[in-house]
Ligand binder design. Structure first.
Ligand code: NDP
Length: 363
């Protein structure tokens, strides 16, 4: 049950590059944003090592150090932070309502920068202990858990950049890393593929599905039951650790039913803005971007979302996913820009010298 009510002009959910960039912009616009985040602030960059492609760091920077800088910059302009877990949202009207165990958070505008989480294969033995061996040899984060696999033979599942990065990173500790991929071609970028192919400690097993993780709590992971799609044979592949690196899923489940999502769960935004289908709710970063998914693009969309929120609060029109533009008062400019519909329903041509009521909506 909510106990304390907090009311803010701008509430940002998420503290990765998107959320914190939105916070920096909103704070500098004097909107006193509140960033709501979970128990692991900083987003996915806090579980990576070298970040070499974030502009401004010629020698690269460690992911956690980069996120500390983001946070310091957001705090410097007055951003507040609240660590909590949002259990439910109500986006039916402004202020939007976010429920946590201890708070009711009311937001005049909401910026969703909730990011994405690792995906799992959904096979027996993979779940967290006691349902599976998660925490006892199964992981989805090499930088978090790699250290525990010194001198061990490890399998990484996946064929994208994440899998190549995890496999390469794990060779620091492992005696051997085998990448098991369901196809005979990697999806990873050329540079990441070449790095992995050039690494003596990394082997590849192609056209192979992983069907079960084998082992016990005491012994940890002892092997995988695998299936060769070309030969149709099933066999046991011995290993002592298993890392799942098959991509990520946007953290948008609590918005289902309110916001328009794509089939994977990414929040749909306007294209020309970060507006969602609900005026006053904006989305940015990996919760909204299924394509680029980079720290720098997340930061860019965070900036856009904050500017959109600021415009919206200033009663300026913001483009929506339908192509309309809408203000905080509910005044709408139609996609063709020829008709302006006031919140009270009055229809006007979008030309200053025409009289009200002369045009019809949808013309
Ligand atoms: P991707 O979606 O690119 O790759 C996922 C991989 O996992 C694919 O090879 C896919 O196989 C495989 N996979 C997915 N589902 C299953 C399943 N159920 N069973 C077996 N295999 C499965 O995700 P990534 O996380 O690798 O990358 C996401 C984005 O982040 C990319 O744009 C990438 O470039 C970027 N990135 C960049 C990094 C960097 O620059 N340092 C590091 C990490 C990520 P299939 O190929 O058959 O579809």
């Amino acid at each position: 049950m909510a106990q304390e009510t907090i009311h803010r002009e701008v509430v940002i959910i998420g503290s990765g590059p998107a959320g914190l960039t939105a916070a920096i912009y909103a704070a500098r616009a004097d909107l006193k944003p509140l960033v709501v985040h979970g128990p692991q602030p900083g987003g996915q960059l806090t579980i990576t090592t070298d970040v070499e492609n974030y502009p401004g760091f010629a020698e690269g920077i460690q992911g956690p150090a980069l996120m500390e800088e983001f946070e310091k910059q957001a705090r410097r302009f007055g951003t507040e932070f609240l660590q909590t877990f949002i259990t439910k949202v109500d986006l039916s009207e402004r202020p939007f309502k976010l429920y946590t165990e201890d708070h009711l958070i009311e937001a005049e505008t909401l910026i969703i920068a909730a990011g994405a989480s690792a995906k799992w294969l959904g096979i027996p033995g993979e779940a967290p202990y006691p349902d599976g061996l998660g925490g006892f040899g199964v992981s989805a984060c090499a930088t978090c858990d790699g250290f525990f696999f010194k001198g061990k033979a490890i399998v990484v599942a996946g064929g994208g950049d994440t899998a190549m990065e995890e496999a390469t990173f794990l060779t620091r500790y492992a005696s051997k890393v085998t990448v098991i991929h369901r196809r005979d071609k990697l999806r990873a970028s050329q540079i990441m593929q070449q790095k992995a192919f050039a690494n003596d400690k990394i082997d590849f097993l192609w056209d192979t599905e992983i069907r079960e993780v084998l082992g016990t709590k005491e012994a940890g992971v002892t092997g995988l039951r695998i299936y060769n799609k070309k030969t149709g044979e099933e066999s046991i592949f011995p290993c002592e650790g298993f890392f799942v690196a098959i991509g990520h899923k946007p953290n948008t489940d609590i918005f289902r039913g309110w916001l328009e999502l794509d089939e994977v769960g990414y929040i749909k935004t306007a294209g020309r803005s970060m507006a969602t289908n609900i005026p006053g709710v904006f989305a940015c970063g990996d919760a909204q971007d299924s394509f680029y998914r980079q720290a720098v693009t997340a930061a860019g969309t965070g900036c856009m979302a904050a500017i959109d929120a600021e415009r919206y609060l200033d009663n300026l029109p913001v483009p929506t996913p339908t192509g309309e533009e809408i203000t905080i008062d509910g005044d709408r400019v139609m996609p063709n820009h020829e008709i302006f519909i006031m919140a009270d329903g009055k229809v006007m041509p979008n030309r200053p010298d025409d009289a009200p009521g002369e045009a019809a909506a949808g013309d």
